[in-house]
Design a protein around this ligand. Structure first.
Ligand code: SF4
Length: 172
């Protein structure tokens, strides 16, 4: 798996102060995509044990002020990214169980739950921003999503209810 960037102390992509990992690879080809270079799975550099350690060390050092981790792309649910991210999140949640994980996917929750591997990755996440970017539904006033068809979902409540449940902002 390749990634293009790790943003530390990110306050844009999710709630609170976060670490955001931008992985490479996406085959949704949404018209008006803001990050076309990330479609190529070889874009950026390999996500290695050293990259993981860098993130873990940051959480160990600054965890008291961090709310969690965000996974963006590209698409974290792109085939080549699913297994490495699942293993990474498994270790992340073991080490930092009180930190939340947000994930952005071009697939909808309904599509993700039908795919065993994608669903397993999602099981380590707390918030899902789902669906492709649709240019004629673009709305720059929306927080965390680019177009009105996308949803910000509470993963645990959605899984339990078996239907999409919108995420409600948590107190700081
Ligand atoms: S899912 Fe995201 S990264 Fe992929 S084409 Fe659509 S907007 Fe671009």
């Amino acid at each position: 798996m390749n990634y293009s960037d790790i943003k530390y102390a990110d306050m844009i992509n999710g709630e609170g102060i976060r670490v955001s990992l931008f992985v490479s690879g996406c085959d949704h080809a949404c018209a008006g995509c803001f990050n076309k270079v990330s479609w190529d799975e070889n874009y950026g550099k390999p996500f290695t044990e050293a990259s993981e350690k860098e993130i873990f060390d940051y959480f160990t050092k600054y965890g008291h002020s961090l709310r969690g981790l965000s996974l963006l792309g590209g698409d974290p649910t792109y085939p080549k990214n699913i297994e490495p991210l699942t293993e990474f999140l498994k270790r992340f949640k073991e080490k930092f169980p009180d930190k939340d994980v947000w994930i952005w996917s071009g697939f909808t929750w309904e599509e993700i739950r039908e795919d065993e591997k994608k669903a397993r990755l999602l099981s380590y996440c707390d918030v899902l921003v789902d669906g492709r970017f649709v240019e004629n539904l673009k709305d720059i006033t929306q927080k965390w999503k680019g177009s009105l068809n996308q949803r910000v979902l509470d993963v645990k409540k959605t899984m339990a209810a078996g239907t999409a449940v919108e995420y409600k902002k948590r107190p700081a």
